[in-house]
Design a protein around this ligand. Structure first.
Ligand code: R5P
Length: 293
C-alpha cells in the first residue's frame, strides 16, 4: 500500500500560468482533441506540413506511380509529415507500425467515366476514429454541377467531426472548363472556411495567390497538380509557402518524380526550412545521385 501523499507545497507562485494561443491560423477556438490531431499533421515548429497525397485511385484506379503502394510508395512515405489516402489502401498496404499522421479520403462515388462532382460521403466517422485518422478530406466542387451536394457532404462531415474532434480538410476541385484564377480560388476557399473546414487544400496560381491565403481564415495547403519538372514543382511549393500557404499536399510531383525519395526531402526543405528552389533542386539532384550508388 503506497504512503498517502502529503499535501503539495511548491505552487510556483511566481510563475504565471501559460495561456498560449494555438500555432495554427484560425484554429485557437477548436477543442483539444482537434488541435492535437492538427498538431500531428502540421509541424508545430515550422507551422507547416508536407502531406503526401496517394488517394488518386479512389476515382481513377491504379495511377502511374501508385500501381503498387507497398513497393513504390511505402519506402519514401516516412519522409512525409502526413499520408493522405483511402481507408482501403491504408488497411491493405500500410503497416500499423507506420506512426506518421493519416488523412483519410472521405468522399467519393463517381469514377473518371462519370461526372466527378457527383460525390457522396464515402466513410463513417466511427471508422475514421477506429483507424486513428488525424483528419478527413472531402472534395468540394464550387461552380461544379453538383456544387450544393458536395458542399453538403463537407458540412455533414464537419458536424460529425465537431462531435468527435476530427478536423475536416476541404479540397477545392476545379472542373476542366473552369477558370483557375485568384477570384475563383478566393471564392472556393472562403466558402469552405466559412462553413467550418479546419483547413483547405487548393491550387497555386502565379497571380494573386497571396490574396487567396489572406482571405481564407484557416490554413491552406497547396495541391500539387499534374507532373511538371522538379525545379518547377519546387519553385511552386516555395512560392506557395512564401505567399502564406501552411504547407503542401502533393502527389504526382512526388511519386511520379524520377526519384520520389529525393523529391520529397527537397520539398520538405522548401516547406520547413524555407530553402530556395535552386538550393532545393541541388539537394534533389544530390540525393538522387546518392540513391543510385
Ligand atoms: C485528387 O483529387 C486527389 O485528392 C489528390 O490527392 C490531389 O489531386 C493531390 O494530388 P496531386 O498533387 O497529384 O494533384
Amino acid at each position: 500500500m503506497p504512503e498517502v501523499d502529503k499535501e503539495g507545497k511548491d505552487f510556483c507562485l511566481k510563475v504565471p500560468a501559460k495561456n498560449d494561443g494555438f500555432f495554427l491560423k484560425g484554429s485557437n477556438s477548436l477543442d483539444w482533441g482537434m488541435k492535437n490531431r492538427l498538431a500531428r499533421i502540421f509541424n508545430p515548429e515550422s507551422g507547416r506540413t508536407v502531406m503526401l497525397a496517394i488517394d488518386h485511385g479512389y476515382f481513377q484506379g491504379p495511377t502511374t506511380g501508385l500501381e503498387r503502394i507497398d513497393v513504390k510508395v511505402l519506402p519514401f512515405a516516412p519522409y512525409a509529415d502526413t499520408l493522405m489516402l483511402t481507408r482501403g489502401i491504408l488497411r491493405s498496404q500500410v503497416p500499423p507500425s507506420y506512426i506518421k499522421s493519416i488523412v483519410l479520403r472521405a468522399s467519393g462515388g463517381p469514377s473518371i467515366l462519370k461526372e466527378l462532382s457527383n460525390e457522396q460521403i464515402a466513410m463513417d466517422m466511427e471508422d475514421a476514429l477506429r483507424l486513428n485518422a488525424c483528419a478527413l478530406a472531402v472534395q468540394v466542387f464550387i461552380g461544379g454541377e453538383y456544387e450544393t451536394q458536395s458542399v453538403h457532404n463537407m458540412t455533414r462531415l464537419i458536424d460529425m467531426g465537431m462531435r468527435y474532434g476530427m478536423p475536416i480538410l476541404a479540397v477545392t476541385a476545379v472542373g476542366k472548363d473552369m477558370a483557375r484564377d485568384a477570384r475563383y480560388f478566393r471564392l472556393a476557399c472562403r466558402i469552405c472556411a466559412e462553413l467550418g473546414a479546419a483547413y483547405v487544400k487548393t491550387y497555386y496560381i502565379p497571380d494573386g495567390f497571396e490574396t487567396v491565403t489572406a482571405s481564407c481564415p484557416v490554413p491552406i495547403v497547396m495541391a500539387g497538380g499534374k507532373k511538371i519538372p522538379e525545379i518547377d514543382a519546387l519553385t511552386m511549393a516555395h512560392n506557395a509557402v512564401q505567399q502564406g500557404a501552411s504547407g503542401v499536399d502533393m502527389g504526382r510531383n512526388i511519386f511520379q518524380s524520377e526519384s520520389p525519395e529525393a523529391m520529397i526531402q527537397a520539398v520538405g526543405a522548401v516547406v520547413h526550412e524555407n530553402l530556395s528552389p535552386q538550393h532545393a533542386h541541388e539537394m534533389y539532384l544530390d540525393l538522387k545521385t546518392k540513391g543510385r550508388t
